[in-house]
Design a binder for this molecule. Structure first.
Ligand SMILES: Nc1ncnc2c1ncn2[C@@H]1O[C@H](COP(=O)(O)OP(=O)(O)O)[C@@H](O)[C@H]1O
Ligand SMILES: [Mg+2]
Length: 309
């Protein structure tokens, strides 16, 4: 891809900690020890770093993936990106704003949307179109423009025919597309998908991945995709690998999947096509195969196959 200024999201030496004794308090900002909360024991509450000394940046229009085992800090990074969490140490610049700056926080959250894992927790209204309009109503967008933006968002997400439907009757993949449409209507510059396909069946997962790729390629929305599905990351511009709150590797999908030591240490899976080609040990294909398309290319090169005529 062409060079971009990698300055849409910038993490500079970011550390974030949660209270160690309370896994439900996500909203504290990690910046101090709270002496009062555990006053009955006269002990300051302990904090545990979820993300530690993290540096990275995302360029406008990029498709960036974050992978890593459960508990490695991926969701914490996602929430730091749009100011749902604020770093205890270091700085997060998102869409040009320092997320520590309260005055710009709503603009940061509009410009950087997050789609979470469970679609049921993200649906608010009793019809699809009301759900998609919800954010616009909150910021007082005039009725005409609201209708236009909802129409557009439904069309982009391929769910125009579902506009009158009751969200709870939809499939998981359809619900996630409703969540995405609600974000699109707000005209974001970036969307972070935090394991948004994890609860979907293969068909739903494919339909959501198709939308995500279209948003990036055609609508030029910057995408940060957090996933356990390795076939979803083979087209990424950049892949960030997290382990125990730290970035342990960053690079192209080929860089990541050719690092056998890293793959085995973190027990990461290979994309299905890469696994197949890995097992064909007697041939040097002269290229890294991560997708079925690349597999076809490798075979055609190797054996001078030519299906095109
Ligand atoms: N709300 C919370 N309160 C306390 N600890 C948390 C909270 N959320 C996450 N953690 C801890 O922070 C670390 C990173 O979690 P998380 O960012 O959710 O990782 P991932 O998304 O990679 O699974 C884990 O050790 C997790 O237990
Ligand atoms: Mg997570």
């Amino acid at each position: 891809m062409e060079t971009t200024n990698k300055d849409f999201i910038i993490f500079q030496n970011v550390t974030f900690s949660y209270f160690d004794d309370d896994t439900d308090t996500a909203a504290d900002n990690g910046s101090q020890v709270d002496e009062t909360a555990a006053s009955d024991t006269h002990m300051p509450r302990k904090r545990k770093n979820a993300v530690e000394n993290v540096f990275f940046s995302v360029g406008s229009g990029e498709f960036v993936c974050i992978i890593g085992n459960n508990g490695s800090g991926k969701s914490t990074l996602a929430k730091l990106m749009n100011g749902l969490l604020v770093p205890g140490k270091g700085t997060v610049i998102s869409a040009g704003f320092d997320t520590k700056n309260d005055t710009d926080i709503w603009e940061v959250r509009r410009l950087v949307g997050i789609v979470f894992q469970n679609p049921d927790n993200q649906i608010i209204a009793t019809s699809v179109e009301d759900d998609v309009a919800f954010g616009l109503e909150n910021i007082g967008v005039p009725r005409d423009e609201m209708i236009r933006r909802v129409d557009e968002a439904l069309a982009v997400c391929g769910i125009s025919d579902l506009r009158q439907s009751e969200p709870h009757l939809l499939s998981g993949g359809q619900k996630q597309r409703v969540s995405i449409a609600g974000i699109i209507a707000m005209k974001p510059a970036c969307i972070v998908f935090d394991e948004s396909t994890a609860m979907l069946d293969p068909k739903g997962r494919q339909s959501v991945m198709d939308i995500i790729k279209k948003l990036n390629k055609e609508e030029h929305i910057t995408v940060v995709l957090i996933t356990h599905h390795m076939d979803e990351i083979v087209d990424a511009d950049n892949v960030i690998v997290m382990d125990k709150g730290r970035i342990v590797k960053e690079g192209s999908p080929a860089d990541i999947f050719s690092d056998k030591k890293l793959i085995s240490e973190l027990s990461l899976e290979l994309p299905p096509a890469a696994g197949v080609f890995e097992s064909i040990e007697n041939y040097d294909f002269g290229m890294t195969v991560l997708s079925p398309e690349q597999g076809v290319e490798a075979l055609m090169n190797k054996f001078n196959w030519n299906f095109g005529g």
